[in-house]
Design a protein around this ligand. Structure first.
Ligand code: GLU
Length: 475
């Protein structure tokens, strides 16, 4: 099995293109086949280097590694030229000197007479065209009969050959046209399965006719249904970000994005969460439906959360590190420390960006205090109790959650207090707010120095406000 992804580089890689790439990748991996990448950049006006870079970056990020390529159509003129000659020699193509104005006039006339507008075939049987004079080469499509596409997703689809014009395969400037080079490339690259968006279905009969004319084996075809936005309209920017790299920037995990993309059209029982290995193991075109997939941003978020929460902490740490660095925040510890930090937040964030937001008090010493939290928990706390806790923590020789819990228990017992009465003011002192992981974990990961400094700072705040008598624990 040989599959390919053949993007036209006229923009970023969007959700629909990424799904097409994914299905081709999965199919090749599932069957031990080959996944080819081909950049369809024959339209020089619309193709840009930035777009090529964005497409390659997106595929790298999603981990959709191709086995051959990238091939660039713009560099393959020499491959296409002999095929045009072959078509001419076999009588499947002919030279046409009709000017664009003449072709336009034909269309208008046909329209006025209630016929299907198109090229009327007037140069078909001419033998007098000078190959040196300006001309295009047209493919002579069959006059009658039908061309069937046995689509692997939608079943047989028949096209009336009379509806299909003699299409230009080589322009006046000598450049070959889109449908023609796709056929030559898919044949040259020995593609066995052409899996692409439904918007290409109308090209398929033309391409099949050309395979046959060239005596080339016709590949299998599968046309993927459209992706719609939640309102039922075709997915577009108004439904949110449609560029794959935007999801990288927003802190999504590549494995979550491919899981989500796979489910846009494909299913495996009622399973929703798949690892990459599971997708490869189960993927099959048999389970791709023919109705449109609906893009749902909330579901993507949920899928991301499911992946995020089960990711091993060291991997998650590696994934968040660039986002922390992008904010120019210093990481106050090594990679092992960062892994401990993310482990405490793993179930509290749906995206990597949310996780970094939540981690601000681990990563920045300059806390922003939430005024309401200070009023509610710190302003009402007893400096004596907090001072005792400070002293108990300062005296610990082991720093782990069990030892920290022991220190809390001793202070609570001395003052006959419940944990909540102590944990909330401590949480505000250490984080600036009331939301954080479990208090022992938080203290453990923050580390002794930072905890003591922050408690001192909170005690100072309390004294400045005239709370209590300044009972500061002893070091
Ligand atoms: N280049 C086409 C596109 O980006 C795909 C052509 C194909 O897959 O045959 O839509």
């Amino acid at each position: 099995m040989r599959t390919r992804f053949a993007p036209s580089p006229s923009g970023y890689l969007h959700i629909g293109g990424a799904r097409t790439a994914l299905f081709n990748y999965l199919l090749a991996r599932r069957h031990g086949g080959t996944f080819v990448l081909r950049i369809e950049d024959t339209d020089r006006d619309r193709s840009t280097d930035e777009s090529i870079a964005a497409i390659l970056d997106s595929l790298h990020w999603l981990g959709l590694q191709w086995d051959e390529g990238p091939f660039y159509q713009s560099e393959r003129g020499d491959v296409y030229a002999p095929y045009v000659e072959r078509m001419l020699a076999s009588g499947h193509a002919y030279r046409c000197t009709c000017t664009p104005e003449e072709v336009d006039a034909m269309r208008q006339k046909a329209q006025a007479e209630g016929r299907r507008p198109g090229y009327d075939g007037r140069c078909r049987d001419r033998t007098d065209v000078d190959p040196q004079a300006p001309h295009v080469v047209r493919f002579r499509t069959p006059d009658d009969g039908e061309t069937g596409v046995n689509d692997l997703i939608r079943g047989p689809v028949l096209f009336d050959n009379r509806e299909i014009d003699d299409l230009v395969i080589r322009r006046t400037d000598g450049s070959p046209t889109y449908n023609f080079v796709v056929v030559v490339d898919d044949a040259e690259m020995r593609v066995t399965h052409v899996v692409r968006g439904e918007d290409h279905l109308s090209n398929t009969p033309k391409q099949i006719m050309m395979y046959k004319a060239l005596g080339l084996p016709v590949p299998e075809f599968a046309h993927l249904p459209l992706i719609l936005g939640p309102d039922g309209g075709r997915l577009s920017k108004r439904h949110g970000a449609t560029s794959v790299l935007a999801y990288q920037d927003m802190g999504y995990l590549p494995d979550a994005v491919i899981n989500f993309l796979a489910r846009l059209g494909w299913s495996h029982g009622d399973q929703e969460i798949f690892t990459r290995a599971e997708l490869i193991e189960h993927f099959s075109l048999d389970n791709v439906g023919s109705s449109a997939g609906v893009f749902n941003g909330e579901k993507l978020e949920w899928v991301n959360f499911q992946h995020l929460k089960t990711l091993p902490a060291p991997q998650l740490a590696a994934a968040v590190k660039p986002l922390i660095e992008a904010r120019a925040w210093q990481i106050p510890g090594n990679d092992a420390w960062l892994a401990r930090m993310v482990a405490t937040l793993q179930e509290r964030a749906k995206t990597l960006s949310e996780l970094v937001d939540a981690a601000h008090y681990y990563l920045q010493d300059d806390l922003t205090f939430d005024a309401a939290a200070v009023d509610k928990h710190l302003a009402t706390a007893s400096p004596a109790v907090l001072g005792d806790l400070r002293a108990a923590l300062a005296s610990l020789t082991m720093w782990d959650t069990a030892a920290i819990q022991g220190a809390f228990e001793r202070v609570l017992e001395t003052h006959a207090l419940k944990l909540g009465k102590l944990a909330q003011p401590v949480r505000v002192a250490l984080t600036g707010g009331t939301v954080s992981p479990g208090i022992y974990e938080l203290i453990d990961v923050l580390g002794k120095d930072r905890v003591l400094r922050r408690l001192d700072h909170a005690l100072e705040m309390m004294l400045d406000r005239g709370q209590g008598s300044g009972a500061r624990g002893q070091e």
